[in-house]
Ligand binder design. Structure first.
Ligand code: MG
Length: 171
């Protein structure tokens, strides 16, 4: 499959959108998938969107967990998605928090939502068509990041991600 063609993209916040936001989750046993989340990713794959995760993970700066923990968790999430034939094309996480800044992540401070750095980084690395692309998050900072990247942002306030995304697309 050629995955390098120009396509619209859906940028998903992670905690509170794909999995319930239990606060600083970093292990598979802490992940409860939101209803319709896996099906939503598969729906977007089939509808020819790129699917990306853009997630603030300040637990790294706070030393609750490491970058490798986050990478391992994201690999596990994609393994879980593969079981139902779904796939997240790429992940970005922002470890930075100004109150826990020891210099390690200062160079990517602009990745932290509400800044659009993670979205811009993905737009540099993937052939994304801005037209038709959008972001879904459960906080205002997600919507602000989308607006700063000049794409629509939708606040997920429903209980089923598949239904929510189908509504967004059919608007
Ligand atoms: Mg969230």
């Amino acid at each position: 499959m050629n995955t390098r063609t120009l396509r619209s993209a859906v940028f998903l916040d992670r905690d509170g959108v794909l999995n319930e936001d239990s606060g600083y989750a970093y292990r598979p046993d802490q992940i409860n998938w939101i209803a319709g989340a896996k099906e939503a990713v598969r729906f977007l794959n089939k509808a020819d969107y790129y699917v990306f995760v853009v997630t603030n993970q300040t637990g790294i700066s706070r030393n609750f967990y490491t970058e490798n923990d986050v990478k391992d968790l994201h690999r596990w999430m994609n393994d879980e998605l593969a079981v139902v034939g779904a796939r997240i094309d790429d992940f970005r996480y922002s470890p930075f928090h100004p109150d826990f800044d020891d210099g390690r992540f200062r160079s990517i401070a602009h990745w932290r939502k509400p800044s659009p750095g993670m979205i811009f980084d993905l737009m540099k690395k993937w052939p994304i068509k801005r037209n038709g692309s959008f972001m879904i998050g459960d906080r205002c900072t997600d919507i602000e990041a989308a607006q700063a990247a000049n794409i629509p942002g939708f606040l997920f306030e429903s209980d089923n991600l598949l239904k929510f995304i189908q509504n967004v697309i059919s608007r």
